[in-house]
Design a protein around this ligand. Structure first.
Ligand code: ATP
Ligand code: MG
Length: 411
């Protein structure tokens, strides 16, 4: 069976009342951008739905691409036939025959008459369509409540749409429709997944990475750029802020507070990230923290670290098990990069026994013994280098011209 088009459905955004048309417009632009490699396709927008007319383009790769459109809850490949009874019956039989269902498969027809002048009622159509199908495929068993195979037949003036497959979409909200946040992107497994989760929830993200060059290598930096490039495939483009962290890290290490060094580093990171958020109009920070995963992610550590910022700290993976995070990383395509062994700034000073229960007062006292800390934080922000990363481009332009970027974004 050659499918004629894909039907994309919206879920949650449907309830958003006034915002709905804006959301659907963003999703439309996202679909359009992802269809760029398939020039013969056409997009038709309808209330609560988008149709992608294939015009001979291959269905499978387009389904795969459409699974990345945030805000789309499900996708159905559709066969279109003229809204005349004999055409509908013939197409329905051919449709079910190619499904090649095992004997005993339960089945029903769900007709919908959108075009009221069509001469047969919905009930009649259910019967009329079922009977030649049952003749052609005698192994099928009719079951009206919860059938394994449900052939939808939507009768419209311009044609009748037939489909039975409902493929889960990415869900969430269309790109950037819920505001902007800064993602703390390390080279690990978790933070890219946290970034993808934020994108799916309709957040625009800008990435921040802290490096301790020359203690950390250029390879480690390239790894983070490559991870951001994968996120850009979902986002259209992303900015990556590279923050020089060597001086701060060295100075924190010199306090001799081995057990607290990671906590102190994380607090400094959040303070820098908060400033970058303010400069870039972001209203939250996103991290890859997962409760209990390491010493700095105990409840007590999260508490002591989180006090360093006034912005909401979003931790999409906080309740997610590592095995599930890994499965997500594999699905979104970041896992293979994340497990490359290059050092991260935090692994350089890993203490033998990091504190799992840091005391906020003690941390604040240590920070006060470092009169230069605030100045170093400001300097790190000033010396931050910003890259703009677009999908599929290994060479990245370093630029400050913000306007250009926004124009080339999808939304
Ligand atoms: P990840 O796999 O994301 O690196 P992790 O399990 O290694 O996480 P940590 O190293 O404790 O956990 O980091 C916790 C979070 O802090 C990360 O998910 C990330 O959001 C942030 N983070 C840690 N190191 C950096 C860094 N060098 N640059 C930016 N963010 C960082
Ligand atoms: Mg890490």
């Amino acid at each position: 069976m050659e499918y004629d088009m894909l039907l994309l459905r919206f879920g949650e955004i449907a309830i958003k009342g006034r915002n709905r048309s804006r959301f659907e417009k963003v999703a439309y632009n996202h679909v359009k951008a992802l269809l760029h490699p398939f020039p013969r396709t056409e997009i038709i927008k309808e209330y609560g739905r988008i149709y992608v007319v294939l015009n001979g383009e291959p269905v499978q790769p387009i389904i795969e691409a459409m699974k990345n459109v945030f805000g789309v809850t499900s996708i159905s490949p559709v066969k279109v036939t003229p809204s005349r009874l004999e055409d509908i019956l013939q197409t329905a039989v051919a449709f079910i025959q190619q499904v090649n269902a095992a004997p005993g498969t339960t089945f029903k027809v769900s007709a919908r008459r959108v075009w009221k002048p069509f001469p047969h009622s919905t009930q009649e159509m259910n019967r009329l369509v079922s009977s030649p199908i049952l003749n052609a495929c005698p192994g099928l068993k009719v079951e009206v409540h919860n059938p394994e195979l449900n052939l939808r037949v939507e009768i419209r003036e311009q044609g009748t749409y037939m489909y039975c497959e409902i493929i889960p979409g990415a869900g969430g909200f269309p790109l950037g429709t819920n505001g902007k946040a800064m993602l703390l992107l390390s080279g690990g497994i978790d933070s890219p997944v946290a970034g993808w989760s934020a994108l799916r929830r309709g957040l625009e993200i800008e990435c921040i990475h802290f490096h301790s060059y020359p203690f950390t290598s250029k390879k480690a930096e390239q790894k983070v750029i490559d991870l951001a490039e994968i996120l850009a495939r979902y986002a259209g483009s992303v900015k990556l802020h590279l923050v020089p962290f060597t001086d701060i890290q060295t100075s924190l290490a010199q306090t001799g507070q081995e057990g607290l060094i990671i906590t102190l580093m994380r607090r400094a990171m959040l303070r820098i990230a908060s400033r970058l958020a303010e400069q870039n109009g972001a209203l939250a920070l996103v991290t890859g923290d997962s409760l209990g995963q390491v010493a700095s992610q105990t409840l007590s550590s999260m508490n002591a670290i989180g006090r360093a910022t006034e912005l909401p700290l979003l931790r999409p993976l906080v309740m997610t098990d590592k095995t599930d995070i890994i499965a997500m990383a594999q699905r979104i395509g970041t896992y293979e990069l994340s497990i490359l062994p290059y050092e991260d700034c935090c692994t350089l000073f890993i203490p033998k026994s990091p504190s799992t229960n840091p005391n906020l007062r003690v941390l604040e006292n240590i920070e006060q013994t470092l009169p230069d800390l605030e100045r170093m934080i400001i300097k790190a922000v000033d010396d931050t280098e910003t890259l703009v990363i677009r999908p599929g481009r290994s060479v990245v332009r370093r630029e400050a011209a913000e306007d250009k970027v926004i124009q080339e974004n999808w939304f």
